[in-house]
Design a binder for this molecule. Sequence first.
Ligand SMILES: [Zn+2]
Ligand SMILES: [Zn+2]
Length: 184
Amino acid sequence: MTHVIEHSPSGRAKCRGCDTKIGKGELRFGERRPNAFGEGEMTLWFHVPCAAYKRPEPFLEMIDDQADDLAANDLTVARTLKPAAEFGIEHRRVPRLDTVDRAPTSRARCRSCQELIEKDTWRIGLVFFEEHRFGPSGFIHAACAEAYFGTTEVLERISHFNPALDAGDIHAIEAALQPQASLD
Ligand SMILES: [Zn+2]
Ligand SMILES: [Zn+2]
């Protein structure tokens, strides 16, 4: 199945990775999959960075297959994201990273250490790709990132998928990601 990369002909499609619209003319990535609802194929659309972060395998297949067909600046954009996709292959749980916020209650358990995530503690939401979409898959403490992902090098994608976070939040999350950080 050949994945596609193209400039979006309309502004109607929503990105499967971040759930916001893909603007008209914006470069988008289409992951082709067998149709989950019937015959033939279906295409899942993503912003190009969202695909590199959350669907690294098909993203890298696309770069390998279509490098020759891409316009020079589109190829540059895609290649710039190649390390992010490769990082997601190397650390196979990293593409699950989704929303990051302070726990609104103390009821959820961390998927890594199994302890409760205390109210107001920074937590990382996880999603799991099934067939044709991402489903919510619980949370981990920000401090459990190293244990769960095998790395704490995830700030760039946290910023990407959480555009509402300000510089102060990012700074606080950066500190919280360190395994030695106190959870209180
Ligand atoms: Zn997106
Ligand atoms: Zn934990």
